[in-house]
Write a protein that binds this ligand. Structure first.
Ligand SMILES: Cc1cc2nc3c(=O)[nH]c(=O)nc-3n(C[C@H](O)[C@H](O)[C@H](O)COP(=O)(O)OP(=O)(O)OC[C@H]3O[C@@H](n4cnc5c(N)ncnc54)[C@H](O)[C@@H]3O)c2cc1C
Length: 372
């Protein structure tokens, strides 16, 4: 029987919704949501059937993230990073580990960003020293989503030799020498646990290398970037949908008793809601077109990948800003449920590649200049 990922998404979205307010208020990791994903087979969505997974792809992963993001941005982010890590492990990890991922035993994530190279994630300054059958890793990773709960970090470093930009490793999160520097206490996505992690002499087997020594940049661009870009965009589109729904509900149900009218009777308010709907539909259309471009191997696929993250991130920021304006005092007081999304939606534009980096890349691509 084919795995119904949309039905599974509905079930886990209900768990995300039930916990969203406390996850945000207390900055707690959405463990119940991840348990629900495990129980509903969603941690194995991208794992191939041959290793016991569901063998589904980008489109289905994106649909799941979009649905979850309508309820809880932190939950959507944690699952996004699991899918990003899983994609690399699926492509380059050992059969044994891929089987373990498919059982739901692991939660993965990316450990790319570093204190030294910041948003320039493709250029780690951290090191890997070959030492017989082991390699020793030293690093100051600046952000690892699910830092405490993840079991399988997909980790970047400089290569052990040669002049390429990076090499990727599978690093168990319980490795000796890893330390989580402080808990995450962010403006938004407060439950995603994106903590800084230091590595001091962490030893992993050479067999934990994901791809060739020096192959990290290629894997980042070919495997990680398209998936990450589409899934972060899925989160932004989902948050836009929630904003439109919450704002319309508030506008329709809020009365001026002395005028016997509703907020939605004001043309100004209706125009704001209309603009939110148009922006959301435009973002959704670009997002779906990007998925189609990747599925069909279209020549414009990489341009779409760059465009979609910037476009959806900036749209979500604007749509949530309008939602705050329309829902006004009630939103400011957190009564409507848009204030949490307003904060959560701001993360996408500063996650690397950031919107401003993407504008630079897109400008170079359009002008026929090399991206790097
Ligand atoms: C909630 C959250 C979760 C995250 N999770 C992870 C994770 O799981 N794994 C991971 O590896 N990383 C993660 N990150 C890190 C993220 O991908 C970025 O590395 C980080 O947000 C960049 O912040 P910074 O302050 O270091 O940026 P900086 O590099 O200091 O950038 C500062 C400003 O300069 C701009 N800028 C920098 N370079 C250029 C350029 N070439 N052109 C134009 N503008 C430029 C940026 O757009 C930004 O506005 C996460 C970030 C957030 C916010």
């Amino acid at each position: 029987m084919t795995f119904d990922s949309l039905a599974a998404a509905e079930r886990v979205a209900a768990v995300a919704a039930a916990n969203a307010v406390s996850v945000d208020a207390q900055a707690t990791f959405p463990s119940q949501f991840i348990d629900a994903c495990r129980e509903n087979g969603l941690l194995a969505l991208l794992s191939a059937k041959e290793v016991g997974g569901h063998g589904l792809g980008l489109r289905q992963a994106a649909e799941v993230i979009e649905r979850v993001a309508r309820e809880c941005g932190s939950s959507a982010m944690v699952l996004t990073m699991h899918y990003a890590g899983t994609a690399v492990i699926e492509a380059h990890g050992s059969l044994e580990f891929r089987r373990e991922i498919a059982t739901g035993k692991h939660l993965s994530t990316l450990a790319f960003s570093e204190a030294g190279s910041r948003a320039h994630f493709w250029a780690p300054v951290s090191t890997a020293r070959a030492d017989g059958n082991s390699v020793t890793l030293d690093a100051r990773k600046s952000w690892i989503t699910s830092a405490h709960a993840a079991t399988a970090y997909v980790w970047s470093s400089k290569p052990t030799q040669g002049s390429e930009l990076s090499t990727l490793w599978l690093v168990p999160s319980k490795s000796a020498g890893l330390s989580i520097e402080r808990p995450f206490d962010g403006l938004g996505l407060r439950g995603n646990d994106s903590a800084p992690v230091a590595a001091n002499g962490v030893r992993v087997p050479v067999a934990n290398r994901l791809g060739g020594d020096g192959a990290g940049f290629g894997i980042m661009m070919q495997t990680v970037l398209p998936l990450f870009s589409v899934l972060i965009s899925a989160g932004s589109v989902g948050m836009c949908e929630a904003a439109v729904a919450k704002t319309a509900e508030h506008a329709g149900g809020t009365k001026y008793e002395h005028l016997q009218s509703a907020l939605a009777d004001l043309p100004t308010i209706r125009a704001y809601v209309a603009r939110m709907r148009i922006q959301t539909d435009m973002a959704r259309a670009l997002w779906l077109d990007t998925i189609a471009a990747l599925e069909q191997g279209r020549p414009d696929a990489m341009l779409r990948v760059l465009e979609v993250k910037a476009a959806t991130a900036e749209t979500a920021r604007e749509v949530l800003d309008t939602a705050m304006r329309v829902c006004a005092g009630m939103a400011f007081r957190k009564d409507v449920g848009v204030e949490r999304r307003f904060r959560d939606a701001r993360a996408a534009m500063i996650m690397a590649p950031t919107s401003d980096q993407l504008y630079d890349f897109i400008g170079k691509a359009v002008c026929g200049l090399p991206l790097f």
